[in-house]
Design a protein around this ligand. Structure first.
Ligand SMILES: Cc1cc2nc3c(=O)[nH]c(=O)nc-3n(C[C@H](O)[C@H](O)[C@H](O)COP(=O)(O)O)c2cc1C
Ligand code: SF4
Ligand code: SF4
Length: 351
């Protein structure tokens, strides 16, 4: 059916790479040569390497109910292939509560890339969400190893069934089952794309344990960390893929929870309200249109305030007391919070 499979992947903590490797192994075992290619900022797909019977796949995590921006950019620059066949597998935040496996939510994570590919002439033959362990360590503690193993066992089987179907020429579009919910939450995807991701890029800080080894800077797939005054500094290019936080050898990267909570309350509520009352006290027009004016002020001020506060925090972290306070009010600092990475054995292709 297909002469070759080329799978492009982006990953923060290995889930999407594991899925790409499972599909590639299945293809290789069935005598369809498969290649797995990492999506990087500089990567440009070469159309001369595809033939009419090449199956092209895209595996990546779901970020803010959407595909990661680096993947969207890659797809927008992807060559037009009239009649080409493509599949999409987005990994999501899978969990397990007692014996129940719970799914994540895709939002636009499949729909937008599918639309882009369709406009480029592709036929979409597979849309598959894969509920691998959630890696959002800023939000919740890392999942226990036993649960990780159990989720991986289930997902490996699901991915093989998906691979079997698409490689035998059938369509496999399970991703469409949740279409109504995905469309319903699409405004949140837009909010995350235009605002949320920039705010989250400023929720990482290196604590006093950091020994400046530079690994986080070297390994960041977005080249988003700079060394400033001997301390890693997270720029707005960060897409919160969670790679750095989960791979720092001495777990020095924290999400400053108390700082973030107070800052976000200030910039999303208290400061816009104070600005409106300061410039328009007792003005009937402002009172009547408070909601709209609040949104406009928030829209203009929120990112500059977040970026400026992060610079101040980064500067203050050189003082022992501030550093101690920030680290000790970060949940990520405590042992029970754990970190997450996909099991290493899944990050290499099976022979
Ligand atoms: C910033 C961020 C946003 C996320 N948003 C979603 C989401 O909207 N829906 C979802 O199901 N999972 C979400 N997740 C979870 C990841 O998509 C999921 O853990 C994925 O399997 C990670 O894949 P990776 O290891 O290849 O990076 C999010 C994770 C992060 C870090
Ligand atoms: S990897 Fe960890 S220890 Fe090394 S520079 Fe980054 S934060 Fe510091
Ligand atoms: S800074 Fe960390 S979380 Fe952000 S993109 Fe780079 S590795 Fe991912």
């Amino acid at each position: 059916m297909f002469s070759q499979v080329v799978i492009y992947y982006f990953t923060g903590t290995g889930n999407a790479l594991a899925s790409a490797n499972w599909i590639a192994s299945y293809a290789n075992q069935n005598e369809v040569p498969a290649t797995v290619v990492k999506i990087e900022k500089s990567l440009k797909a070469d159309p001369s390497s595809f033939s009419a019977d090449t199956l092209i796949g895209f595996c990546y995590p779901t970020h803010g109910f959407n595909a990661p921006p680096i993947v969207i950019d890659f797809l927008l620059n992807f060559p037009k292939v009239k009649g080409g066949k493509a599949f999409i597998l987005n990994t999501r935040a899978g969990m397990k509560l007692s014996k129940l496996f719970t799914p994540g939510l895709s939002g636009l994570a499949q729909l937008l890339p599918a639309l882009i590919l369709w406009l480029k002439g592709f036929r979409i033959v597979g849309l598959q969400p894969m509920d691998l362990p959630s890696n959002w360590i800023s939000l919740h503690p890392g999942i226990r190893q036993k649960v990780v193993d159990s989720i991986f066992g289930r997902c490996e089987q699901k991915t093989n069934r998906f691979a079997e179907k698409i490689l035998s020429g059938k369509k496999a579009c399970k991703g469409l089952i949740s279409l109504p919910v995905d469309l319903l939450i699409s405004p949140i995807s837009a909010g995350y794309y235009f605002y949320g991701r920039f705010m989250l890029s400023k929720t990482f800080i290196a604590g006093s344990k950091c020994n400046n080894c530079g690994l986080c800077i070297k390994e960041c797939p977005l080249n988003a960390i700079r060394m400033k005054n001997n301390r890693p500094f997270w720029t707005w290019r960060c897409e919160s893929c969670m790679h750095c936080m989960n791979s720092c050898p001495i777990k020095a990267i924290e999400t400053p929870h108390l700082f973030t909570f107070v800052l976000w309350w200030l910039v999303c509520s208290a400061i816009p309200t104070a600005i409106i009352y300061t410039i328009a006290n007792d003005n009937i027009f402002f009172e009547r249109n408070f909601g709209l004016i609040f949104d406009i002020v928030l829209f203009i001020t929120v990112l500059p305030l977040i970026f400026f506060s992060y610079r101040i925090l980064h500067f203050l972290m050189r003082f022992k007391f501030v550093s101690w306070l920030i680290v000790n009010t970060s949940f990520t600092h405590f042992k029970f919070w754990r970190r997450y990475s996909a099991p290493k054995k899944f990050l290499k292709p099976k022979n």
